[in-house]
Ligand binder design. Sequence first.
Ligand code: ATP
Ligand code: MG
Length: 249
Amino acid sequence: MVNVHDAPPLEVDGLVKRYGRALAVDGLSFRVSAGEIVGLVGPNGAGKTTVMRCCVGILRPSAGSVRVGGHDSVAAPSEARRQMAFVPELPSLYPLLTVAEQIEFIARSYGPLAADFAERREALLRRFDLWPQRAKLTDSLSKGMRQKTALVAAFLHGARVILLDEPLIGVDPAGIRQLKDLLLEARAGGAAIVVSTHLLDTAERLCDRILVLQAGRKRAEGSLADLRAAAEGFGDATLEEVFMELTKE
Ligand SMILES: Nc1ncnc2c1ncn2[C@@H]1O[C@H](COP(=O)(O)OP(=O)(O)OP(=O)(O)O)[C@@H](O)[C@H]1O
Ligand SMILES: [Mg+2]
């Protein structure tokens, strides 16, 4: 019996995901500790989105397991989900909800609203320059505004595990700075964070640890120094150079 209080925030163990006969994730294991930002990088089709969708319980693993704070994502989905926040690659918003309503809707899907919900929502909307848009229908938002709306909802409830799939795409420089600050604040508050990205310079600067995924398998994992060691002869290379070496055919 796992003591859920001692369990790591996120534990992926031997995860396999098949779409029909196609193998998208092939026996992946990793853990994320409290106060850690892990970068999930890998070529298009490597399985990053699939891993995140399994972690959050949208997809059921074909084999292996995901535990969130000790709660199995299949056996105890609502306990697992309550501790997480997830922003997908292309957040789907309800066109006829206002920005403020959409954020409340997402927040309620994770569990009961906190007493200070309205204040927190306002503070986050202001940080992302979305406060003037709060009463607009989401249908009328620009791409970056849609992304920021989903990000506000993700940072609202103090989630123990935060999963962001390509969160920087479409967000303006001021928004990117806010997002980075929010990630660092969440990390300081003990959140376990996974960010998938193709922006390797950002991953290099922001993440405590990088997990390189290729064809559904872990190619390398660790600090930039660890990855350099994994790519022999890349002693002082950038993450981009190491990535190219590790993922070349
Ligand atoms: N709904 C689906 N049905 C069938 N195959 C899928 C489905 N979703 C993903 N795949 C396949 O699973 C593999 C992994 O896809 P996934 O979207 O997880 O990759 P990714 O690393 O997120 O890629 P990208 O960098 O392009 O976002 C790919 O081969 C993809 O074609
Ligand atoms: Mg993806």
